[in-house]
Design a protein around this ligand. Structure first.
Ligand SMILES: Cc1cc2nc3c(=O)[nH]c(=O)nc-3n(C[C@H](O)[C@H](O)[C@H](O)COP(=O)(O)OP(=O)(O)OC[C@H]3O[C@@H](n4cnc5c(N)ncnc54)[C@H](O)[C@@H]3O)c2cc1C
Length: 363
């Protein structure tokens, strides 16, 4: 069983959820171990958060360059970890990295350094006859292909594409019994000189968007498209999202029309979301949009064109004008809540069912 290295993602002292997704994927492929790049003095606390995973090893690289240089410290840490594992006699068969903007660059640079094979934007991985096979959507999500790499496979995995198992009770396959992983300090040269990575001179946090949950973490996402007509019309999207305690998303056409900010875009060149419920208002369902939301649990579409492609994907579809349908939906949900005292989540499911029709039963 080969060793699979996972590059941990963390933010303000806490491991990101995507680290659990990567570890879940790694456990399917071999013996998982984590590479942790952190500011000096912060790595031990982060490593301790990995305790429940019962990993055999954590490769810890503390560097003053972490957070001050773009991508190159992570590349150096991964390269050092691969070399350390190999020096200890392990066969490193895969490296898993979150498919973020930074992660994609780290992966590409690492492949050049190690002469490894790069598989980008995977949504699933499996082991077949000891070969790592990755599922990769192509052509805007219209098709999926299976990709393999000869030798070491460096794979970027799209966030939210794998449901994390959570730390296993008895350790991951191949892991030792110790609850706290062995820390292997990376003593490699992380001194990335000028010209080998851009320097971060300032970080400006994005202002909070009110009380709404983040787009990629929300269990309900309501998105608006060009069909909502204006930024005032887009307010209806927010009203429905707030009713369900959900996040607001948008199509690219809505963003380009100036109805909302670019950070709300869902799709191939925007965010990938996998909420339990996705409601598309006035969105045609172009493949580039579907690429970012087709993994949602239940999809509801409201569109006045019965032939809109979004209905091919939707579990429930309402053929109608959003300005007629959505206010009625809000009114019905509010009235039902008042009469039943149902919780937000329960009402979401119930009301969706009573206010929409199946894709094959449109009107
Ligand atoms: C390389 C590339 C990357 C792209 N990436 C993305 C991406 O990440 N995300 C993305 O979304 N797009 C992306 N696009 C754009 C994509 O191809 C579509 O143009 C876009 O998704 C269309 O957005 P829309 O559905 O809101 O607009 P439209 O296609 O114009 O559809 C509007 C819909 O609203 C309906 N409608 C109009 N008025 C009403 C009303 N009053 N009530 C109900 N329905 C109404 C219409 O029937 C229509 O179906 C990308 C394109 C390219 C080439």
């Amino acid at each position: 069983m080969g060793r699979i290295l996972v590059l941990a993602e963390h933010n303000t002292g806490t491991l990101d959820a995507v680290t659990g997704e990567l570890l879940t994927a790694a456990a399917r492929l071999g013996d998982p171990a984590v590479v942790l790049l952190a500011r000096p003095g912060t790595g031990q606390d982060l490593a301790a958060q990995l305790g429940p995973w019962c990993l055999s090893d954590v490769y810890l690289a503390e560097s003053a360059h972490a957070g001050t240089r773009l991508t190159t410290p992570a590349v150096a840490a991964l390269e050092a970890a691969v070399n350390l594992a190999r020096a200890a006699g392990a066969e490193v068969s895969g490296v898993l990295i979150a498919g973020t903007i930074d992660g994609r660059e780290v992966a590409a640079r690492l492949c050049v350094r190690l002469t490894a094979g790069l598989i980008s934007d995977a949504v699933d991985v499996r082991l077949s006859d000891d070969v790592i096979v990755a599922t990769v959507p192509v052509l805007g999500g219209a098709y999926s292909v299976e990709a393999t790499a000869s030798g070491l496979a460096v794979i970027t995995l799209r966030p939210h594409s794998i449901v994390p198992d959570g730390p296993p009770a008895n350790g991951l396959p191949g892991a030792g019994a110790a609850p706290v992983p062995t820390r292997i300090e990376i003593d490699a040269d992380l001194e990335v000189g000028p010209g080998r990575g851009a320097e971060i001179v300032a970080v400006q946090p994005r202002p909070a968007t009110g009380a709404r949950p983040g787009l990629t973490a929300a269990s309900v996402v309501v998105s608006g498209g060009r069909g909502v007509g204006s930024d005032e019309g887009f307010g209806l999207v927010g009203d429905l999202a707030d009713l369900f305690g959900g996040a607001v998303g948008a199509s690219r056409a809505a963003v380009e029309a100036g109805f909302c900010e670019a950070g709300l875009q869902v799709g191939q060149t925007g965010a990938t979301v996998t909420p339990e419920l996705y409601i598309a208002l006035g969105i045609s369902g172009a493949i580039q949009h579907r690429a970012g939301m087709q993994g949602a649990g239940t999809i509801i579409a409201v569109n006045k064109d019965a032939d809109a492609p979004i209905f091919l994907l939707a579990d429930f579809g309402v053929v109608g004008d959003v300005f007629t349908v959505v206010p009625q939906l809000i009114e019905a949900v509010t009235a039902r809540r008042a009469s039943t005292g149902a919780t937000t989540q329960t009402t979401t499911q119930t009301s969706a069912g009573t206010n929409t029709r199946g894709t094959n039963d449109q009107e």
